[in-house]
Design a protein around this ligand. Sequence first.
Ligand code: ZN
Length: 176
Amino acid sequence: MVEFSELEINKARRLFLFLAQKMAGDRGLQIASAIISNGFLTDEQISEITGLSITSVRNILSILRNAGILHVIRQRDHSGWTLYYWGTDPLIIYRVFKDRIKQAIKHLKIYLEYSINESFYYCTECGVRVSKDVAELNNYTCPVCGGTLVQEEPATELIKFLEMLVEKYKKVSLLH
Ligand SMILES: [Zn+2]
């Protein structure tokens, strides 16, 4: 069992609200807030608290559950009826958040590689600018004047920015 400090629990709550809004918009945020303030709730209770229709509540609950940020607890009431209570906990929030960060880092790295590898070529004689494919196709000879094609400096500012983002995401993903 992982123990969370008060600070981490608060952070997890904010992440939960953030992820719920990302995944299900303002209604997702409303539902997440209801769960944060009240703990585990049934869909009907959520509908009462938020004023959203039961259909809408159920749709959003299933989106959030599929995304992995909601738990459901089944409980039988005295008449034998099964009630479903929806809630969350810091552990699953952090897990989902880390996965998303990992995805973001992966996409950034792909974009970074692309930015480095797919730079343009230019002719040292006439200055014409061609894509990597065209340069390759022409054996790095200018299709216009026959001069030499040279690889452009990759967009260093963009690359620095992307590298900075990757580092930042890596730090965030270490948070628990
Ligand atoms: Zn040329």
